[in-house]
Ligand binder design. Structure first.
Ligand code: PBG
Length: 340
């Protein structure tokens, strides 16, 4: 617009409107009064990748800033997380190929990497909530979450029995929460029953209730070396097209005895989180998965996005959608940004 036209407009520019929402945005102080959602370090759960051996820590190439730790190093990391205000970690083992087989037998070997880590972390930092992912994919040579038949299809009921064994061993090692991430039918009820029978009625189950067959898990599979050798996970993980089915899955898990429910991935499934929040009164978790993290970091490396800002915006959106627990690889960094 030409300058003189703007001047003309200015003279008559007072609209007689009384509702002005911009008043609530006029300063940082007023915006903080109007703010509906706030992140807190205790919202976060930090996934931890575990390595065999001692004194070692290596970065995951497709997840800058994310490391695999031997148990002694993991303990140091957990201390730092606790000091940063984070109250829960979720453990994943990197199993050497020579210890993998088609049954995932390493998963139920007493004293395996994850069980050792649970014990040692609980010994050194008893205040932290230790969760453990329950699924066979780190342990099977084919990379599926359960035992497969000759056609490559995961066998539900046999897998569930193994998952219950894994859960019981984790509970015995001192895990506070077992988190089945496999999407087998009936596993929450069976795990609950197995834990209760042995006196572990206080061990919680956080069920990955709505876990999608997503293309966003790639960096994680690089991270723990669990890439699929045969087929895909579409016969057990959910179709990204479905939301009603997610509500059914979560409803069943709730009535089978889940204490907390998870939606995964997070950012592409915010509608699922919101609908689940309306359906259930249980605490709801969402997992900002490896691909979500990698996309932000990769764009930032190119100078195309501001990683810190995008990170906080996405975490906030996950909470606003209805998740009160957020699994994120950026837990420690986000906690530091919050307290700045
Ligand atoms: C194992 C499991 C996966 C993730 C968490 N638990 C991978 C998969 O299902 O293939 C993915 C986490 C991530 O991408 O950050 N069942």
């Amino acid at each position: 617009m030409e300058q003189h036209l703007v001047e003309q407009e200015r003279e008559n520019a007072h609209l007689s409107i009384s509702r002005r929402l911009r008043r609530n945005r006029k300063s940082p102080a007023v915006r903080s009064l109007a703010r509906e959602t706030r992140l807190h370090p205790s919202d976060f759960v930090a996934p931890i990748f575990l390595l065999e051996g001692e004194g070692n820590k290596e970065e995951v190439p497709s997840m800058p800033g994310v490391f695999r730790y031997t148990v002694d190093q993991a303990i140091e990391e957990v201390k730092e997380l606790y000091d940063a205000g984070i109250r829960a970690v979720d453990l994943f083992p990197v199993v050497p190929p020579e210890r993998k087989d088609s049954f995932g037998s390493e998963a139920i070997r007493p004293g395996n990497l994850v069980l050792t880590a649970i014990e040692k972390i609980k010994q050194k930092i008893p205040e932290i909530c230790v969760m453990v992912d329950v699924a066979l994919d780190p342990y099977t040579d084919h990379g599926h979450d359960g035992l497969i038949n000759p056609e490559g299809i995961v066998i539900n009921d046999l897998t569930v029995r193994l998952l219950a064994k894994m859960s019981l061993l984790a509970a015995q090692a001192g895990a506070d929460v077992v988190a089945p991430s496999d999407m087998m039918d009936g596993r929450v009820a069976y795990i609950r029953q197995s834990l209760d029978e042995k006196g572990y009625e206080d061990t919680s189950i956080l069920s990955y209730g709505a876990k999608y067959a997503s293309s966003l898990y790639g960096p994680f599979r690089d991270g723990i070396g669990s890439s699929l050798k045969i087929g895909d996970k579409k016969t057990y993980q959910m179709d990204p097209a479905n939301v009603r089915e997610a509500l059914l899955e979560c409803n069943m898990d709730e009535w089978e005895g889940a204490d907390m429910l998870m939606v995964k991935p997070a950012l592409a499934y915010l509608d699922v989180i919101t609908k689940l929040r309306e359906q259930s009164d249980l605490p709801i978790a969402a997992y900002q998965v490896s691909g979500e993290y990698a996309m932000i970091m990769a764009a930032a490396e190119k100078g195309w996005l501001d990683a810190d800002k995008v990170l906080m915006e996405t975490l906030l959106s996950i909470k606003r959608a209805g998740a009160s627990i957020i699994f994120t690889y950026a837990a420690k960094h986000a906690a530091a940004l919050i307290s700045r």
